[in-house]
Design a protein around this ligand. Structure first.
Ligand SMILES: Nc1ncnc2c1ncn2[C@@H]1O[C@H](COP(=O)(O)OP(=O)(O)OP(=O)(O)O)[C@@H](O)[C@H]1O
Length: 239
């Protein structure tokens, strides 16, 4: 099995604060890995190092076989950040078209791709409206649609379902699982524990380390609990 992301012995300091002490885990091809941990535990920092947007103080981040940072790889990665980077004065459709061009999607495929990702996030009725008039949730949905454009080999999604209602969340997960079936890989952070139940592997980040990396069912067994939420709470309590 190919490895999409390999993080070894990552250390990251901000001033005197050591946020990541020794982070190790892999995302294999065709896997969904959920990175969970309390607020401020360093999930976004791990993601940014994996993407080459932050440089670690020690350790190694390899993505799709290349050591990060590596600008050439960015076209193969669909990234959704916590804060949206959208063009307010453009419509949703114009944003999608712009990012499709940036990603080098061929003219022949642009229209079908845009229609597909628009439908995944249920923005059909609002896609011609200006983003400045979008609600927070709609902006998140558009950002997710942009990340999905171009069928990237690897998706890195930082809390993609914040502000998304349960019905649409379910639809988004159906899409994420379809992406996995195509052999593509996903690293996702979430605060929604029912989502963590659906991933292949959970990486639990606590105290600057990934203290558990297992399937949801193994994790529950390890902590002798019936939900990932309880495993999470128990792990936090034990530290
Ligand atoms: N650029 C930065 N400069 C200084 N400190 C930073 C920087 N980026 C992150 N931090 C600090 O690192 C810690 C981890 O932040 P990070 O955003 O990675 O956490 P998180 O687990 O993603 O949190 P949340 O779940 O709330 O999004 C926090 O204490 C944060 O203040």
């Amino acid at each position: 099995m190919d490895t999409a992301i390999s993080l070894t012995h990552l250390v990251k300091k901000f001033g005197k604060q050591t946020v990541l002490k020794d982070v190790n885990f892999n995302v294999e091809s065709g896997q969904i890995v959920g990175l969970i941990g309390p607020s401020g535990s360093g999930k976004s920092t791990v993601i940014k190092i994996a993407l080459g947007m932050e440089v670690s103080d020690a350790g190694n981040a390899e993505v799709l076989g290349k050591t990060m940072p590596n600008r050439q790889l960015l076209g193969q990665i669909g990234y959704m950040a916590q804060s949206d980077a959208l063009y307010d004065s453009l419509s949703g459709y114009e944003n999608l078209k712009f990012f499709a061009q940036m990603k080098g999607i061929s003219k022949a495929n642009v229209q079908t791709e845009i229609e597909h990702v628009t439908q995944v996030v249920d923005l059909q009725d609002d896609i011609k409206k200006r983003v400045s008039g979008y609600s927070g949730g709609m902006q998140r949905r558009l950002s997710l649609a942009i990340a999905l454009l171009g069928k990237p080999e690897l998706l890195v999604l930082d809390e993609p379902t914040v502000g998304i209602d349960p019905a649409l969340r379910r639809k988004v997960w159906t899409e994420l699982k379809a992406i996995r079936e195509q052999g593509r890989s996903i690293l996702i952070t979430t605060h929604v524990m029912s989502e963590a139940e659906q991933v292949d592997q959970v990486a639990l980040l606590l105290g600057g380390k990934v203290i558990a990396f297992d399937t949801p069912s193994q994790l529950k067994e390890q902590y002798q609990v019936s939900s990932i939420e309880d495993a999470f709470l128990k792990a936090e309590g034990e530290l």
